[in-house]
Design a protein around this ligand. Structure first.
Ligand SMILES: Cc1cc2nc3c(=O)[nH]c(=O)nc-3n(C[C@H](O)[C@H](O)[C@H](O)COP(=O)(O)OP(=O)(O)OC[C@H]3O[C@@H](n4cnc5c(N)ncnc54)[C@H](O)[C@@H]3O)c2cc1C
Ligand code: SF4
Length: 487
C-alpha cells in the first residue's frame, strides 16, 4: 500500500473531457488521460484492502491494488506487467469498460471509489508511448493449428493466448477489417481504431494470421464477395475451432410502420459511420444530418447513436427508454459491492439529447413510404400480485407523437445468428446462445469451442476478454493434455 493515509487526504480526480461544443466537431477521442502526478494521487487513495473486492468485481480479476501501489511509486513498467498479466487489451477496457471494479471498491461504500479505470488507462497509454508493449512470440511451436471464427475482443484474446502458447492460430472474420464490435460498433470518439491496429500488428508478430472478408458457415448465408469456409473444411484442417462470432441478432420492434424508410437498426447506422471513419466507401449512408432523430433503447448502443447523430448534425435527438427512470444515486449499503441499477448519463447524453423514460412506441407513421412521425404512449410498471413479476400497462390517454425523420432501434441483441451455430451443428441454450460451460468452453461438437457474446449473450468487452482467455486455456489443455496459461 502506497500511502497509508492517502484515502483520507486525497479526493477522486476524474479524467477531464474536451468541451462538448468542440468535441462535436470531430470524431476523435476527447478524454484527457491523467497526468503522472494525478495518477500517483489516485493510486495513493487505494487502501489495499485485505479482501480486494475491486479485483473480484472486475471480470478479468485485474490485480488492482498492486498496480495502484506501483503507480503511486511511479514504477510504471512493473504496473504495466501486472496489468497485462490478467488483461490482454487494457487500452480497450481502460477507455470503454463501465468499470464494475469501481462499484465494488471499498471506498465506494461511503466515499468516491478509487479511479481504477483512469489509472488503467494511464498505465497502458504510457506503456505504448514508452515502447514497452512488444510482441511476445512463443519460444517453441507445438505444431497444432487452431481456427478462431470472429475477431472481436473474445476472438482476439483467445488467439493471442493460444499463439503465445505456441499454437498456429488463424482468425477468420467476415467483415473487411478485424476487430468485431470494437471496430464497427463502438464509435471512434470512444475508441479510436488505431488502438486496434497496433494490437493486431503485435499479434501478427506473435504469429497470428488474420483472414478478413471470410465467412465461416453455409455459403447460402454469406454476403456477396466474401470468401466462404465451410465448417467441415475448418474441422479437417485445424486441431480445434473456437467460435467467437458475437451476438449479432438485433431485437426488433414489430410496430405498425416498421417497414417505412428511415427506421433502422442501430448497428446498421453505427457500422456505416465507423466505415466512413475507417476510410471505406459506403453507398447511401444513413445520415442524421438535418433530421429529427429518435433513438429507441437506453443502453450503450443507444448512447452511441446519440453521439453519432449529434456529430452528423441532427436537428434534434430524443432517446426513449421503456423502463422507468432510475435514481441518480444508488442505495449503497444495499447494492455494494455489486453493480447497482442507477441512472447513467454518458458523455454523449451531455452533448445534447432529450431523454424520456417509461415510453412505449405504438407506431411509425409517414408519407410516400418514408417515416415522418412516431406515435408513443406512457407506461407504468407494477408488480403482479399473483406471480410477483414486474409488468407494464399503458397509461390511459397518454398517447403522444413526435416528428421523426430517422428512428434508430437500439434495444439490444437477442442472440447469435442462428445459422452459424446450425452450420456447425452446435446446440444452443434456452436463449439461443451456443451451449458450452465456463470450465471447458466445449460445445457438443468435437473440437469445437465457443466463447464471448456468442456463448454468454450480449455483454461487455471485459467479459469477452475473460472468456477468450479462459477458453484459450481450455483449448490448450485439450491439445496438449495440460496448460500453463492463466485462467
Ligand atoms: C454499439 C455498441 C457499443 C458498445 N459499447 C460498449 C462499451 O462501451 N463497453 C463495453 O464493455 N462493451 C460495449 N459493447 C459490447 C461489446 O462490444 C461486446 O460485448 C463485445 O464486443 C463482444 O465481443 P465478442 O468478441 O464476443 O463479439 P463481437 O465483438 O461481436 O465480434 C464478433 C465478430 O465475429 C464475426 N463473425 C460473426 N459470424 C461470423 C462468421 N460466420 N464468419 C466470420 N466471422 C463472423 C463478426 O463479424 C464480428 O466481427 C457495445 C456493443 C455495441 C453493439
Ligand atoms: S477491466 Fe473494467 S472492471 Fe477490470 S479493472 Fe479495468 S475498468 Fe475495472
Amino acid at each position: 500500500m502506497g500511502k497509508v493515509t492517502g484515502f483520507l487526504e486525497f479526493q477522486r480526480i476524474k479524467e477531464s473531457y474536451e468541451a462538448p461544443a468542440a468535441r462535436l466537431k470531430h470524431w476523435r477521442e476527447f478524454v484527457h488521460t491523467l497526468t503522472d502526478e494525478e495518477a500517483r494521487v489516485q493510486g495513493a487513495r487505494c487502501m489495499d484492502c485485505g479482501i480486494p473486492f475491486c479485483s473480484n468485481g472486475c471480470p478479468v480479476n485485474n490485480i488492482i491494488p498492486d498496480w495502484n501501489d506501483l503507480v503511486y511509486r511511479q514504477d510504471w513498467r512493473r504496473a504495466l506487467d501486472v496489468l497485462h498479466s490478467t488483461n490482454n487489451f487494457p487500452e480497450f477496457t481502460g477507455r470503454v469498460c463501465p468499470a464494475p471494479c469501481e462499484a465494488a471498491c471499498t471506498l465506494n461504500i461511503n466515499d468516491d471509489a478509487v479511479g481504477i479505470k483512469s489509472i488503467e488507462h494511464a498505465i497502458i497509454d504510457k506503456g505504448w508511448q514508452e515502447g514497452w508493449v512488444t510482441p511476445q512470440p512463443p519460444q517453441r511451436k507445438t505444431g497444432k493449428k487452431v481456427a478462431v471464427v470472429g475477431s472481436g475482443p473474445a476472438g482476439l484474446a483467445c488467439a493471442q493466448q493460444l499463439a503465445r502458447a505456441g499454437h498456429a492460430v488463424t482468425v477468420f472474420e467476415k467483415s473487411n477489417r478485424i476487430g468485431g464490435l470494437l471496430r464497427y460498433g463502438i464509435p471512434d470518439f470512444k475508441l479510436e481504431k488505431s488502438h486496434i491496429d497496433r494490437r493486431l500488428a503485435q499479434m501478427e508478430a506473435e504469429g497470428v494470421e488474420f483472414c478478413p472478408s471470410t465467412y465461416v458457415g453455409d455459403a447460402a448465408h454469406a454476403e456477396d464477395g466474401l470468401t466462404v469456409r465451410s465448417p467441415e473444411s475448418l474441422q479437417a484442417e485445424f486441431d480445434a475451432v473456437v467460435l467467437t462470432g458475437g451476438a449479432e441478432q438485433p431485437r426488433d420492434l414489430p410496430a405498425p410502420g416498421r417497414e417505412l424508410r428511415g427506421v433502422h437498426f442501430a448497428m446498421d447506422f453505427l457500422r456505416q459511420q465507423n466505415k466512413v471513419n475507417n476510410g471505406d466507401r459506403v453507398e447511401k449512408q444513413i445520415s442524421a444530418k438535418g433530421k429529427h432523430v429518435i433513438v429507441i433503447g437506453g443502453g450503450d448502443t443507444g448512447s452511441d447513436c446519440v453521439g453519432t447523430s449529434n456529430r452528423q448534425g441532427a436537428l434534434s435527438v430524443t432517446q426513449f427508454e421503456l423502463m422507468s427512470k432510475l435514481p441518480e444515486v444508488e442505495n449503497r449499503p444495499l447494492t455494494w459491492p455489486y453493480w447497482p441499477a442507477k441512472l447513467r448519463t454518458s458523455s454523449s447524453h451531455d452533448e445534447g439529447c432529450e431523454r424520456d423514460w417509461s415510453v412505449s412506441t405504438r407506431s411509425f407513421e409517414g408519407k410516400g413510404g418514408k417515416i415522418d412521425k412516431l406515435v408513443a404512449a406512457r407506461v407504468e410498471w407494477f408488480k403482479d400480485k399473483a406471480t410477483g413479476q414486474l409488468k407494464m400497462r399503458e397509461v390511459e390517454g397518454s398517447q403522444f407523437e413526435l416528428p421523426a425523420d430517422l428512428v434508430l432501434l437500439a434495444m439490444g441483441f437477442v442472440s447469435p445468428v442462428k445459422n452459424v451455430l446450425d452450420a456447425f451443428g452446435v446446440d444452443s441454450d434456452a436463449r439461443g446462445n451456443a451451449r458450452a460451460d465456463t470450465d471447458s468452453y466445449k460445445t457438443n461438437v468435437d473440437k469445437v469451442f465457443a466463447a464471448g457474446d456468442m456463448r454468454r449473450g450480449q455483454s461487455l468487452i471485459v467479459w469477452a476478454i475473460r472468456e477468450g482467455r479462459q477458453c484459450a486455456r481450455s483449448v490448450d489443455a485439450y491439445l496438449m493434455g495440460g496448460s500453463t496459461l492463466p485462467r
